[in-house]
Design a protein around this ligand. Sequence first.
Ligand SMILES: NC(=O)c1ccc[n+]([C@@H]2O[C@H](COP(=O)([O-])OP(=O)(O)OC[C@H]3O[C@@H](n4cnc5c(N)ncnc54)[C@H](OP(=O)(O)O)[C@@H]3O)[C@@H](O)[C@H]2O)c1
Length: 285
Amino acid sequence: MNDTICLVTGANSGIGLETARSLAQQGATVIMTARSIERGEAALAEVRQSTGSSQVSLLHLDLADLASIRAAAEAFSTEHDRLDVLVNNAGLMLGDRRETADGFEMTFGVNHLGHFAFTLLLLPRIEAAAPSRIVNVSSAAHKAARSGLDLDDLMFTRRSYSPMAAYSASKLANIHFTRELARRLEGRGVSVNALHPGVVGSRFASDGDFKGLFSNLYGFARPFMLTPAKGARTSLHVATSEEGGQVSGAYFARKRQARVSRAAQDDDSARALWTLSEALTGVSI
Ligand SMILES: NC(=O)c1ccc[n+]([C@@H]2O[C@H](COP(=O)([O-])OP(=O)(O)OC[C@H]3O[C@@H](n4cnc5c(N)ncnc54)[C@H](OP(=O)(O)O)[C@@H]3O)[C@@H](O)[C@H]2O)c1
């Protein structure tokens, strides 16, 4: 990975931290993003110390705020003329309905709309690095959104909020985005793929994101889950393997191409989501 520039979102914790660490170990220049400067700096120091690499830096990015997304994309683009690998890893599931700075339901806003806007704003730099890659960390939880996206109520304003419904829809949106972006970038040297990392014992669904039964169950089950380092393997496979550069619009699990749900193959829904996402974020290509 020498001479490649990689950016990992949500790189201060869990799967993102281990993805950034491994990319740095492999010689890449790595930009770690974090929404908390304090947590980001602690993670940056740890990665620098454990890898001995000085080619790792921190970029502030709050995906729940379009102003922060624009500022981060601009700061990156001022500093670097190309981006070889973008790993859209940050994500969350919330026990209660919250909103982003721009009034979007938080799960959909961070997991999908934030990454949608950030990726499109970085696209000139990603295309400048072609052959280059966009890696979207989705989840097998997308399969729980069996009847597809409710395009009339993506933000849970008309129906009651359900954490799993919001999370699975956001992860289905990650796959729609992957397939639609891959289609739009065909022949331009940028591969776009999505993945499920496995069930990973990270800080996911903790720290006040979730309270009550689910949080307790998750806490008890954590020792039996994959370590974040193992959970990063599929992201790293898609980001660095030959196969990850050869296919586009695919979905990986356990470092292999895997099938997505029937709802995730609905290309009309992917196109409609794209149009809505452009309108909501004000970002387009
Ligand atoms: N853990 C699993 O079993 C599992 C399974 C399938 C898919 N995934 C996916 O894997 C990805 C990584 O999750 P993880 O398990 O490593 O969880 P994690 O340890 O909680 O890490 C999530 C990262 O996302 C960041 N993040 C949250 N909200 C953000 C925002 N508004 N702006 C910018 N960054 C934000 C977090 O920052 P803070 O530290 O500041 O909160 C953290 O760095 C997620 O997309 C998740 O959906 C996880």
